[in-house]
Design a protein around this ligand. Structure first.
Ligand code: SF4
Length: 70
């Protein structure tokens, strides 16, 4: 299960991140949710999945990067 914090990190590193229409976000969420996150990405679908199937890919490259740093 991916946490909200991880979704934020993924969106920061994902080349395909594209923010949903602001109007759509305004209807659905409070102001403090307007940050980069998969949850705010046009590719994130109502099933809670990335249409491009990139979540695992970005997560594994993130963990590889952390391995290199540690
Ligand atoms: S939903 Fe998919 S395309 Fe969008 S930021 Fe997340 S991993 Fe990237």
């Amino acid at each position: 299960m991916v946490s909200r914090e991880q979704f934020r990190k993924i969106a920061l590193y994902c080349d395909e991140y594209s923010c949903k229409d602001r109007d759509e976000l305004d209807l659905k969420s409070s102001k403090d949710e307007h940050y980069e996150s998969c949850l705010n990405c046009i590719h994130y679908n109502e099933k809670g999945l990335c249409d491009l199937d990139l979540v695992d890919k970005v997560l594994s490259s993130l963990s590889m990067e952390q391995d290199l740093k540690s």
